[in-house]
Design a protein around this ligand. Structure first.
Ligand code: SF4
Length: 372
């Protein structure tokens, strides 16, 4: 079927996509500036179906946020709290383990564990938390701690990020989530998250993780004060690191949620921009296997439509999402497995339950098997 391309600037890009050629920085900027969303979607869908056919992936996971105490005070954030803030919380080890097992009705395949930069929780504390989780839930994959948390723990322990990663891996961490990347532009980072590691440090922690066999996801926070060039620069830097390590599994574009943050004057992203980010990232990140439409952030409705605009994954059941809900997300805090199946099937895709590393999961009522 011949696509209808209304924006003539997209024709040479379509030729490259059809031929399987890599898109340039300038192509990326053109894609972001084009209002021709259907043409973007056509191209992104072509790439997505080449890679994944008609399958959309999901998983059955649980989020655990051990603490919201954070020393960083990023302006983009509504989650982190000061130690003395009476709303702040920090779980004990027992509470982490108890939270992991709470409401254990569907066998969960992944714990997604991230939190604030707590000035007193030590690397040993985290290692003990992960060892305890592995003892209690040996079959569950631990996807834990962002590059930002790892760099902070390394700094406080006075060891390298590489050594920190090795200790975390030895204690049971199986892979890393992709958060904290925000946007790599230093000009933007100085305004939205000036206390955080910079973009090159984020990439370097990811590089070291990949080198010791810890795969990770990667993200980009969009919809605040960044330009189209900043977005493309971010995507190109991720693509370059992927050429070097091959360690990124999934890219997740994250829409900025301004509520309850010092940047609350910035309007929320629109559905158009959310979909465009899915499509452009699928087209630019030709070496990263999966593009996820994170339903918590973009709503289940937009995440469903994204399955026709380049995404091949809707994330999972989640259970108790805090970070986006503190920033005003109006979505539910979890979806049942059956709801995810319906969402995917109604988009005309075939749902496939995966584990964190995209191995097929076969399940009965109370247990599951990962096919390796
Ligand atoms: S974005 Fe992360 S590092 Fe920054 S204040 Fe929030 S929890 Fe802390």
């Amino acid at each position: 079927m011949q696509p209808i391309i209304n924006d003539a600037r997209l024709r040479p890009i379509l030729d490259k996509v059809v031929a399987g050629e890599r898109l340039s920085f300038e192509d990326g900027v053109t894609l972001y500036r084009s209002p021709d969303l259907l043409a973007l979607g056509y191209m992104a869908n072509l790439v997505r179906e080449r890679r994944h056919g008609n399958v959309t992936y999901f998983n059955v996971n649980r989020h655990i946020n051990p603490t919201d105490v954070c020393v960083a005070s990023c302006r983009l954030c509504a989650f982190g709290k000061r130690v003395k803030d009476e709303r702040a919380y920090t779980m004990s080890l027992e509470q982490v383990w108890e939270t992991a097992g709470r409401g254990w009705s569907e066998a969960i395949t992944e714990f997604h564990i991230v939190g604030g930069l707590h000035p007193e929780l030590t690397l040993d504390w985290y290692c003990e938390a992960f060892r305890g989780l592995k003892q209690r839930f040996p079959q569950v994959h631990l996807k834990a701690l962002t590059m930002v948390e790892i760099a902070y723990l390394a700094h406080r322990t006075k060891i390298t990020a590489g050594e920190t990663l090795r200790r975390l891996k030895d204690s049971g961490v199986d892979s890393l989530p992709g958060g904290g990347a925000e946007i790599f532009s230093e000009r933007v980072r100085r305004i939205i998250c000036d206390h955080k590691i910079d973009g090159s440090q984020w990439l370097d922690v990811a590089r070291q993780a990949h080198r010791i066999g810890l795969q990770s996801n990667c993200t980009m926070l969009y919809g605040h004060i960044e330009t189209e060039e900043d977005r493309v620069d971010h995507l190109v830097k991720l693509r370059e690191l992927q050429e070097e390590t091959g360690g990124f599994v999934t890219f997740i574009p994250l829409a900025f949620h301004p509520d309850n943050t010092p940047l609350r004057h910035i309007p929320k992203t629109t559905g158009f921009d959310d979909i465009r980010n899915i499509a452009v990232s699928r087209l630019m990140l030709d070496n990263i296997p999966h593009i996820k439409a994170y339903w918590v952030m973009m709503t289940p409705r937009i995440a469903q439509i994204a399955q026709r605009f380049g995404s091949d994954d809707v994330d999972g059941t989640v259970v108790e999402e805090k970070i986006y809900h503190d920033a005003g997300a109006t979505t539910t805090q979890s979806l049942r497995r059956g709801e995810l199946l319906r969402l995917i099937r109604e988009a005309g895709r075939e749902p496939e339950e995966r584990d964190t590393l995209y191995r097929p999961v076969v399940r009965s009522e109370t247990t599951f098997t990962v096919l390796v």
